[in-house]
Ligand binder design. Structure first.
Ligand code: SF4
Length: 421
């Protein structure tokens, strides 16, 4: 049976350098499919969908709210041809009701152990409109290695440099941050995969550079330390969301190949300053994730914050505006206060203001977002900062003899100047 799995296109942040990482959701989902299903994967961010190519069944995998309207269009086209469509992924869960209007079936939840039932229903012509397993999660031990072979790997590069491959060692998050839907999607319980299974998968990935896409590794200190210890012999270099910043954890992370972390910077405190310094002292770079537009944010605060980011020498920064995604506390609060003025999901890109901020107009917050990008990258462009990050990882790779020389030429070519050793 020919199953076409499609990842709809979505717009990148307006000021961000454009590159494409290999998607994670579709390859994890593909690993849960029955053996007899032939999967053809199309990432619409990088290739056109050929609607005339035959398919028995179409799956649409959506991660972001800004993918859903395009996902619905794609589904409508296939369904007009009489080909059934099933939706899954994070954004299908956040927008389930509207999505079901464009679907033969919507799958909510984690796919492991569920797809035999769904595909049997498809073969018997009795697909259910909704498969709701959102609160009935499969045992974490059943998460197998993702099926990365469905990706066209050559498409995922930045000016010839191979991008990181995405892996995960855990699901769930015990926190419930104001703008985040993870507690709705993955539950408040931290669910680590068995370390040997996660390590086995990382070892099998044909790429020395990984992105550990776990929500946060800073959830269980002992597990985190055990994971890093087991990662040391792999000699991979990796980025991730936050890790604990105690000397012991940071030391193990550095030995395990930590390259850079994504770290939310939400104020100008010594706590943040010291935290960033501790990462840097361990040779770990930091990409700040900076969310603008919380109710306490004034124009002065945002200006001070940008000065602070430059002062603490963040290696990269990504600026977004608060976006009230459905099933978040932010959505409930702003909706109850009647402050959301756009429910057009195409606007939910995280770089468009869709609500009335407390301390300034929506227009002014939009301008402050551009001010943040432009000021942070005024002295040194994003490309130069990115090239410095690549130089850092190459130094690490050279230090443990995992550097692949052919990349040097590609990086040189990409940034147009020789690289210092
Ligand atoms: S923002 Fe990160 S730490 Fe907070 S709830 Fe979401 S995943 Fe967890």
């Amino acid at each position: 049976m020919n199953f076409k799995l499609i990842y709809p296109r979505w717009p990148k942040l307006a000021r961000q350098t454009e590159f494409h990482l290999p998607p994670h959701g579709p390859v994890v989902f593909a690993a849960a499919l029955p053996q007899d299903v032939d999967v053809e994967f199309v990432d619409e961010n990088l290739e056109e969908i050929d609607f005339d190519r035959p398919a028995d069944f179409v799956g649409i995998s959506m991660m972001l709210s800004s993918q859903v309207k395009r996902g619905w269009q794609i589904a409508d086209t296939y369904r007009e041809k009489g080909i059934p469509v099933i939706f899954g992924g994070i954004a299908a869960m956040l927008h389930a009701e509207e999505t079901s209007e464009h679907a033969d079936a919507v799958f909510l939840g984690e796919a492991e152990g569920r797809m035999e039932e769904v595909f049997a229903d498809f073969k018997n012509g009795r697909l259910r409109k909704v498969y709701d397993y959102l609160n009935d999660r499969p045992p974490i031990e059943t998460v197998g290695p993702a099926r990365r072979e469905i990706l066209k790997k050559e498409l995922y590069n930045y000016r010839g440099i191979q991008m990181v491959d995405l892996v995960h060692a855990s699901r769930g998050c015990r926190f419930n941050c104001y703008p985040c839907a993870v507690s709705y999607l993955g539950g408040r319980q931290f669910r680590p995969r068995p370390i040997d299974r996660a390590i086995e998968e990382m070892a099998s990935v044909d790429n020395k550079r990984l992105f550990l896409v776990d929500n946060s590794l800073a959830q269980d200190t002992q597990w985190e330390k055990d994971l890093f210890k087991e990662m040391i012999p792999l000699k991979k270099k990796w980025c991730c969301h936050p890790i604990e910043d105690t000397p012991e954890v940071l030391d193990l992370a550095a030995q395990a190949g930590a390259w850079y972390v994504y770290q939310a910077v939400f104020d100008t405190s010594d706590y943040i300053k010291d935290r960033i310094k501790r990462y840097h002292d361990h040779g770990i770079a930091v990409e700040g994730t900076i969310l603008l537009g919380l109710d306490t944010h004034t124009e002065d605060f945002i200006k001070r914050l940008i000065d602070f980011l430059l002062e603490i020498e963040l290696d990269l920064a990504e600026f977004t505006v608060l976006t009230p995604f459905p099933h978040t506390r932010a959505f409930e609060k702003l909706r109850s206060e009647d402050r959301i003025f756009s429910y057009d999901w195409d606007d939910y890109t995280a770089d468009k203001v869709v609500y009335n901020p407390a301390q300034m107009t929506a227009q002014r917050l939009q301008e402050m977002l551009y001010y943040a990008w432009d000021t942070f990258y005024q002295q040194e462009s994003q490309q130069v900062k990115m090239s410095k990050l690549f130089q850092q990882v190459m130094r690490k790779e050279k230090a443990d003899n995992t550097y692949q020389p052919r990349r040097r030429d590609l990086v040189h070519q990409a940034f147009g100047r020789p690289l210092r050793k």
